[in-house]
Write a protein that binds this ligand. Structure first.
Ligand code: NAI
Ligand code: MG
Length: 342
C-alpha cells in the first residue's frame, strides 16, 4: 500500500527489536512476524543488540549505540539476556541498567487466562531494591534500607489509575484498583505508600479502590484471581505478586511484561534466555508475542494489540503446543498457526 501524505496512520512507528541471547532472538523474530502480519507496514523495526554475546565481543553488555537507537524509537521489544552465575568484571545486567537510564518506573504484568484478567503494576525504581545495603558489627549483621518516596508512589499510583480507567473503557465494565502494602507493620514506609496511593486514587472517582495487606493479597490472588482488576504495589511485593501471577496465568512460556516510562516502553517475555533449549526451534513464542501486543497498545495501536491478544487466546486454546505446554510442536508451528489466524 503506497503511503499518502495526508494519512498520518501511514507514517510508520519506529520500534527497536533486541533479541539478546539464547532463545531471545528466536522468540523476538517470531513476535515481529506476527506483528507485521497484523500491522502491515505501520511498524518500522530497527535492530539493536545487548547481552552476554555482545559483552564477549565488545566488552560492553549495553553498547552506547543501542541506547542511541532506543532514544530514537517509541519503544522496544526485547527477548532475554544470559547473565553469568558468577561475578564477571565489567559485566552488569543491561536490562537493569536500561530500566534505570530510561527511567522505566512502571513494571506492568498482565495476567490473562480463562476468567483471569488482571494486571500487576509494580513500582520499579525504589523500595527494597534501591540497593542501599551495608554491613554492621564486622559482617555479622547485614542491613538493607527500604526507600519509599511520595514522588515515586504518586507516579506509579497515577499510572495504575490511568491503566484501570482505560481498561474499564475497553472492557465496558467498572474499574477496580487494589493497593497492596503492609502498613500495619511498616508504618512509615508502607504507610506513605498507602496514603499517597489512596490520595491519588481519590482523584479517579469512577474507580472502586480497595487496599490489601501483601500476605493476604498473595493468598487471595491464588484463591480468587478473577476478582482482581489492577493491582498496584511497591517493588518487592510487586515482584513476588507478578511471578505468583505468572504461574496462575499459564507459566513462563506465555506471559509478557512491560517496563514503562514517560515516553518509552520496553516489553519482554517474562522468561529468560533458556540456554537448555536455545537453537532447537522449540521455544514457546507466545510470551514474546503477548509482550509485543503490550508494546503496540502503549504506542497507540490498541486495536492491533487486542487483535493479537485474540489470536494468542485462540492459539492457546486449540493451536499447537510446544514441549513446555505438554506438546511436541515447534516455534515455527505456533507462528504458522498464529499467522493462519490473521
Ligand atoms: P529461563 O526462564 O531462561 O528458563 C527456565 C526454564 O523454563 C528452562 O527450563 C527453560 O527451557 C524454560 N523456558 C523458558 N522460556 C521458555 C520458552 N519460551 N519456551 C519453552 N521453555 C521455556 O530461566 P533460567 O534458566 O533461570 O535462566 C537462564 C538464563 O536467562 C540465565 O542466564 C538468566 O540470567 C537469564 N535470565 C534473563 C532474564 C531477562 O533477560 N529478563 C530473566 C530471567 C533469566
Ligand atoms: Mg522477577
Amino acid at each position: 500500500m503506497a503511503p499518502t501524505s495526508d494519512d498520518s496512520a501511514a507514517v510508520p512507528v519506529r520500534l527497536a527489536r533486541i533479541g539478546g541471547d539464547g532463545i531471545g532472538p528466536e522468540v523476538v523474530d517470531a513476535a515481529v512476524r506476527v506483528v507485521n502480519a497484523v500491522c502491515d507496514d505501520r511498524i518500522e523495526w530497527v535492530g539493536a543488540e545487548m547481552g552476554w554475546r555482545t559483552f564477549e565481543r565488545t566488552d560492553r553488555a549495553l553498547p552506547e549505540v543501542t541506547v542511541e537507537i532506543l532514544d530514537n524509537c517509541a519503544g522496544a521489544l526485547f527477548g532475554a539476556v544470559s547473565s553469568p552465575s558468577h561475578a564477571v568484571d565489567g559485566y552488569r545486567s543491561p536490562i537493569v541498567e536500561l530500566r534505570r537510564r530510561l527511567d522505566l518506573y512502571a513494571n506492568v504484568r498482565p495476567l490473562k487466562s480463562g476468567p483471569i484478567d488482571t494486571v500487576v503494576v509494580r513500582e520499579n525504581t525504589e523500595g527494597l531494591y534501591a540497593g542501599r545495603e551495608r554491613w554492621e558489627r564486622e559482617g555479622e549483621v547485614a542491613i538493607a534500607e527500604r526507600v519509599i518516596s511520595r514522588r515515586a508512589t504518586e507516579r506509579i499510583a497515577r499510572f495504575a489509575c490511568e491503566l484501570a480507567r482505560s481498561r474499564a473503557a475497553r472492557r465496558g465494565r467498572g474499574a477496580r484498583l487494589t493497593v497492596v502494602h503492609k502498613a500495619n507493620v511498616l508504618r512509615r514506609s508502607d504507610g506513605l505508600f498507602r496514603e499517597t496511593a489512596l490520595d491519588v486514587a481519590a482523584g479517579f472517582p469512577e474507580i472502586a479502590v480497595e487496599e490489601q495487606l501483601v500476605d493476604s493479597m498473595v493468598y487471595r490472588l491464588i484463591l480468587e484471581p478473577e476478582r482482581y482488576d489492577v493491582i498496584v504495589a511497591p517493588n518487592l511485593y510487586g515482584d513476588i505478586l507478578s511471578d505468583a501471577g505468572a504461574a496462575l496465568a499459564g507459566g513462563l512460556g506465555v506471559v509478557g511484561s512491560a517496563n514503562c516510562g514517560e515516553g518509552f516502553c520496553l516489553v519482554e517475555p517474562v522468561h529468560g534466555s533458556a540456554p537448555d533449549i536455545a537453537g532447537r526451534g522449540i521455544a514457546n513464542p507466545i510470551a514474546a508475542v503477548s509482550a509485543a501486543a503490550l508494546l503496540l497498545e502503549r504506542v497507540g495501536f490498541a486495536a492491533d494489540a487486542a487483535r493479537i491478544d485474540e489470536l494468542v487466546a485462540a492459539c492457546r486454546k486449540s493451536g499447537p503446543r510446544t514441549p513446555d505446554r505438554g506438546g511436541a510442536a515447534t516455534t515455527e508451528d505456533v507462528v504458522a498457526d498464529l499467522l493462519a489466524r490473521v
